[in-house]
Ligand binder design. Structure first.
Ligand SMILES: [Zn+2]
Ligand SMILES: [Zn+2]
Length: 373
């Protein structure tokens, strides 16, 4: 099991828990490391959820304090989520996550992940009602950001589809969309940046796809992308949301290792083979325990996949099989919504019970449901 998370938010921005509460929760969950990535100040949008300029000043001191206080217990890292529209100096942080939240058209910044209303506003006012143009502009921004030095990790790669349930605005199955996404992914991988595989978006979207979507995960594997798994946690409960399922999806895509941040920088960690149902999960070694040689951006050369029609061999794959079945169906989203609906119903039933209800419960319910197939 992955016991680390580099994309987490606290009360310094729009997170629900203080940094200390996050650290305590991470320790309880058996984490060996925790990275904070509060959202760098964005001046032009009062609804951004970013840190204030004042918070930006105290944030590093608080995280450094926790780093020293918990030394020997858990490795704490001071990161920053750097918005493509307002860049902060990455040198002040252990690592930075580069994120595109806005597409810029004719000098106006339009937010794509705040609400359906703001997305629609962007489509109408910025792109004359053509939602595909907005999606293409989003991926152009991702590719452009990849060429800068302001991020080590590219965050939530295809965030633009957050409110695109059921292909409501643009067709994610079209070659126009997929080619743009693949081109941006190539730019990210060739830049030497790490690719975030974000489990947090699973909270909000109904297509049942991870972030990046499955076709992009396959492509990323073929391009030898170096991936980092994180949840974009906005509360302590979300610290390891979806990690077990994501490990399975990565394994199915052919990944054998992921990357974690350590005191010596990014290091590969082997991905533990998923265990058959009912058997205890194998512990994923920490980056420190893993002795494989460290890779650097220079050593890493992205390769063109031989053919997109020759995906890597699949191993296991209960989650993936279900999702692919939904994707291949004539009404793919109806199938996915049915699945999500079943999970929602189960989650509601669980929530009605006394005791704690958190993301782990949702995960377990989802897995139990899979077993029934
Ligand atoms: Zn973000
Ligand atoms: Zn974030």
């Amino acid at each position: 099991m992955i016991r680390s998370n580099l994309h987490t938010h606290t009360t310094f921005c729009d997170g629900k828990n203080t940094p200390r509460e996050m650290v305590e929760a991470a320790i309880k969950r058996g984490f060996h490391s925790l990275g904070f990535s509060d959202y760098g100040y964005v001046w032009f949008d009062k609804q951004s959820g970013s840190m204030s300029s004042e918070s930006m000043l105290s944030y590093p001191y608080v995280i450094d304090g926790l780093k020293a206080e918990y030394s020997g217990v858990i490795d704490i890292f001071k990161g920053l989520e750097n918005d493509s529209c307002q860049l902060h100096n990455p040198k002040s942080y252990d690592y930075t996550i580069g994120s595109v939240h806005y597409v810029v058209k004719d000098g106006v910044r339009y937010r794509v992940d705040h609400s359906p209303e703001r997305l629609e506003d962007a489509i109408v006012k910025g792109f004359g009602g053509d939602s595909m143009l907005l999606a293409l502009a989003y991926f152009e921004s991702v590719a452009a950001f990849a060429s800068t030095e302001h991020a080590d990790i590219m965050g939530h790669f295809d965030l633009v589809r957050l409110y695109n349930h059921g292909n409501l605005y643009f067709d994610e199955y079209s070659e126009t969309y997929r080619n743009a996404a693949r081109q941006a992914l190539q730019a990210v991988i060739r830049s030497g940046k790490y690719l975030e595989v974000n489990t947090g978006i699973l909270f909000n979207e109904l297509s049942g796809e991870p972030c990046p979507a499955l076709f992009l995960l396959d492509y990323a594997r073929q391009m030898n992308a170096r991936v980092v798994v994180s949840s974009g946690a906005h509360s302590a409960k979300q610290l390891d949301f979806g990690f077990a399922e994501m490990e399975q999806l990565l394994w199915d895509a052919g990944f054998t290792e992921i990357y974690e941040f350590t005191k010596n920088g990014f290091a590969p960690v082997p991905l533990a083979a998923p265990q058959p149902q009912g058997q205890p999960a194998q512990k994923t070694p920490t980056a420190k325990e893993h002795t494989a040689k460290e890779h650097t951006a220079e050593e890493h050369t992205a390769e063109e996949p031989a053919s997109e029609k020759s995906p890597p061999a699949k191993r296991g794959g209960f989650s993936r099989r279900r999702r692919q079945a939904a994707m291949a169906a004539d009404e793919p989203i109806a199938a996915a919504e049915e699945e999500a609906g079943a999970q929602d119903a189960a989650a509601e039933e669980e929530a009605a019970q006394p005791g704690t209800f958190d993301s782990m419960d949702i995960e377990e319910l989802a897995f139990e449901e899979e077993e029934d197939e």
